[in-house]
Design a protein around this ligand. Structure first.
Ligand code: CA
Length: 494
């Protein structure tokens, strides 16, 4: 049997809540018909997680099937060495796939294992929405004119068109810059929200008194929340909103918060609309070549994003909206149309899964496993008991998210904020309070009630902590390397 093509489409900071088939509060005002088509004709995952909710480390994990403490990329400032361990692209290339990387790379190295590449950016840069520069194999830096999502899409279409009729299967990474911060959108989406009010989450004005001291007053906010230690607390300069917020004179605190939220969401969603157009365009090209059903199409994001939930901007926190990413797979040859899978999967599983589709054994050094059977709905497919997650970049980038790690099972989430920079590149060299939080994901899916201090959950906490430590040992991320961390856990009763 001919091996399938693999089209891996990834956005940067795309929250599942901003895809209409995920059915969030936003689905009534914002539709993503092409993403929805992938779900209607394939599988939609409701529990797919990034193990470190930040860009570059997530990308290194996708390429290696390994956690950052193993592949060396725990922070945005770390450099991935593609020759040092497993490399998904190289393995597929060696197996006879024609490989291409098109769009945002964001790993601090040249792409290795790709027959062709046109990428932005390494060297810690994010690239620009307008008139971006791409580094192209054989040509070096090439300037383009126009809107980034459309340029990346044209590049992908051209590459697909040129290889039309090739006997080899292909693996293309088609990576968008959108909807990464300081949103700029295509002119055609300027008026899509005229006269529309975007529904806001109940937690936009959440009282965080249930939280541990470790998280309560940290993080960058959307509203001008006075208690948040955010440099962006001035609502006139919310971090990720394009242009100033006007017409807010005389508004109450709540009204100002909602006005800031409206601008934040409208700018963000307009950039997502551009990606939805891109998906439609590449599907049309595959259809015209008669290879749509021979191609596994994946749509995902490097991690999630807060769209005002808990009054947060950005990602980094391990609450659900940041830890969870969308994950849609269309492959009608083995995935039933319109299925929803609630099994746990994380980004260490991507490389082993894609290798499985290509008939390549995953290297032992990969820490995830193939979820191909789960995606196909096979009841006996191996299942993950829990996701281990960790954020290293303590208080970095003026977003003020404390460093933490934890575990997420199908029912519970246990988070330990250790509040120390340790040796992480870019971490701020100061301590924040240590603390634990427990959430019941079944009865409190929006994480509005931290249960950690409720004695009724003592047994649950003990069991989860044992499971967390067993997972840390299995994955090679134990605390003993850091005596100050061991001490903090001891002091915090853990
Ligand atoms: Ca990202």
């Amino acid at each position: 049997m001919k091996r399938p093509n693999i089209l891996y489409i990834m956005a940067d900071d795309h929250a599942a809540n901003a895809i209409s088939c995920y059915g969030s509060r936003l689905a009534s005002v914002f539709q993503t018909p092409n993403m929805d088509r992938l779900a209607e004709e394939g599988v939609r995952l409701s529990h797919f997680f990034s193990t470190n909710s930040i860009c570059t480390p997530a990308r290194a994990t996708i390429m290696t099937g390994q956690y950052g403490h193993i592949n060396g990329v725990r922070t945005i400032g770390d450099t991935w060495c593609p020759e040092a361990g497993p490399n998904l692209a190289l393995l597929l290339q060696q197996a006879g796939y024609e490989t291409a990387m098109i769009g945002k790379w964001h790993l601090q190295c040249e792409p290795v294992g790709f027959d062709d590449y046109k990428y932005m950016c390494n060297c810690h840069e994010q690239g620009t929405y307008q008139d971006p520069v791409f580094t192209e194999k054989g040509f070096g830096d090439v300037p383009y004119t126009g809107y980034v999502t459309d340029i990346i899409t044209d590049m992908a279409l051209t590459w697909l068109h040129r290889r039309r009729g090739s006997a080899k299967p292909f693996f293309m990474m088609f990576h968008h810059k959108a909807p990464h911060d300081f949103w700029e959108y295509a002119e055609r989406h300027e008026h899509m929200f005229d006269g529309v009010d975007i529904p806001w989450p109940d937690s936009l004005f959440e009282d965080r008194s249930h939280r541990s001291e470790a998280s309560r007053d940290y993080g960058s906010s959307v509203t001008p929340r006075s208690k948040i230690r955010s440099l962006y607390a001035d609502f006139c300069k919310p971090n990720y909103v394009t242009g100033p917020l006007t017409g807010t004179e005389g508004m109450s605190f709540e009204e100002k918060g909602i006005a800031a939220y409206q601008k934040y969401l409208k700018d963000y969603l307009r950039t997502v609309a551009g990606i939805d157009d891109a998906i439609g365009a590449v599907m049309k090209e595959l259809e015209s070549q008669g290879i749509l059903d021979d191609t596994i199409i994946i749509y995902t994001s490097d991690q999630g994003m807060y769209l005002g939930e808990h009054d947060y901007q950005d990602k980094r926190w391990s609450y659900e909206e940041g830890l969870m990413s969308p994950f849609l797979v269309r492959y009608p040859k083995e995935i039933e149309a319109g299925t929803v899978a609630d099994a746990l999967m994380d980004n260490t599983d991507i490389a082993p899964t894609l290798l499985d589709y290509a008939g390549v054994d995953a290297p032992e050094a990969m820490q995830g496993f193939s979820q191909r059977g789960m995606l196909a709905g096979k009841p006996d497919a191996p299942k993950k008991d829990a996701i281990y997650f960790r954020y290293w970049m303590h208080l970095a980038h003026k977003h003020h998210n404390p460093a933490h790690y934890g575990i997420r099972t199908d029912r519970w989430k246990l988070i330990f904020y250790y509040g120390l920079p340790l040796d992480a590149v870019g971490a701020v060299d100061e301590e924040s309070p240590a603390g634990w939080e427990l959430y019941d994901m079944q009865n409190d899916p929006f994480e509005l009630k931290n249960l950690y201090d409720d004695p009724a959950y003592a047994d649950t906490i003990r069991d989860l902590r044992n499971q967390l430590d067993a997972l840390k040992t299995k994955l090679g991320d134990t605390d003993d390397k850091y005596p100050e961390l061991v001490e903090r856990r001891k002091q915090s009763g853990g």
